[in-house]
Design a protein around this ligand. Structure first.
Ligand code: ADP
Ligand code: ADP
Ligand code: ZN
Length: 214
């Protein structure tokens, strides 16, 4: 089962992806995590991506297309995957539609998580991340021990792009560049719409129910 997770920044893609990956045995592929790792390691890609990311802008399509091409060619994807954060533009979706048949793959479902803007702002301003990719929230989903990741013991940090100015930018970018993908995948008839405004376990059940129908 190959899944795309679509939704605005803060809609819970990463949180749900971790749970789905565990339940269904698919690999979680987060382009945000891949980019942040490159930034931390000071790679050429990381250096190029950082200025865009800090400003809450999208990293250029050709870089992301190369990342996803390499990632989907790795052997661990044969048991299925969940894409979190890709595609984010129409050219990225079109490029993937060319790459997938070459790899003998297809997307089975696009899970589209919808959350109102005011809730997104609250979630992102209180989000704390670990470099292992797990995210927490100061109020809505706190770690067991303050400032420390439950999973790996790493120290939590506040992403630069989760600060207010970049957040407003990212919400705008989502509306203009990513939202058109809902139509794109609706035409393909593979969208599952999820109301992402409730509690984390309820949303997970809703997503699982739509995957179990496939
Ligand atoms: P979010 O919390 O908004 O879902 P991500 O961790 O997915 O954030 O992405 C963080 C940043 O990484 C984005 O704001 C963007 O700069 C960059 N990025 C991640 N995925 C993509 C992509 N598919 N295309 C362009 N930029 C991307
Ligand atoms: P995304 O990957 O879509 O940007 P995250 O999964 O990182 O989103 O979630 C954004 C923030 O909101 C995190 O702080 C997370 O702990 C919190 N969060 C996720 N799902 C919910 C929910 N259903 N209710 C409240 N807070 C949530
Ligand atoms: Zn961690």
């Amino acid at each position: 089962m190959n899944i795309v997770l679509l939704g605005p920044p803060g809609s819970g893609k990463g949180t749900q992806a971790k749970m789905i990956a565990e339940k269904y045995g698919v690999v979680h592929i987060s382009t945000g995590d891949i980019l942040r790792e490159n930034v931390r390691n000071g790679t050429d890609l990381g250096k190029e991506a950082k200025t865009y990311m800090d400003a809450g802008k999208l990293v250029p399509d050709e870089l992301l297309i190369n990342i996803i091409k390499d990632r989907l060619a790795k052997p661990d994807v044969t048991g299925g995957y969940m894409l979190d954060g890709y595609p984010r533009t129409t050219p990225q979706a079109e490029a993937m539609d060319k790459i997938l048949p070459e790899l003998g793959q297809k997307i089975d479902v696009v899970v589209n998580i919808d959350v109102p803007d005011d809730e997104l702002v609250k979630r992102l301003s209180g989000r704390r991340m670990c470099k292992c990719g797990v995210s927490y929230h100061l109020k809505f989903n706190p770690p067991k021990k303050e400032g420390i990741c439950d999973v790996c013991g790493g120290e939590l940090y506040h992403r630069d792009d989760d600060k207010e100015e970049a957040v407003l930018n990212r919400l705008e970018v989502y509306k203009t560049q990513t939202q058109p993908l809902i139509d794109y995948y609706n035409k393909a008839g593979i969208i599952a719409d999820i109301n992402g405004a409730g509690e984390i376990p309820e949303i997970f059940d809703e997503i699982a129910a739509s995957l179990d129908k496939l």
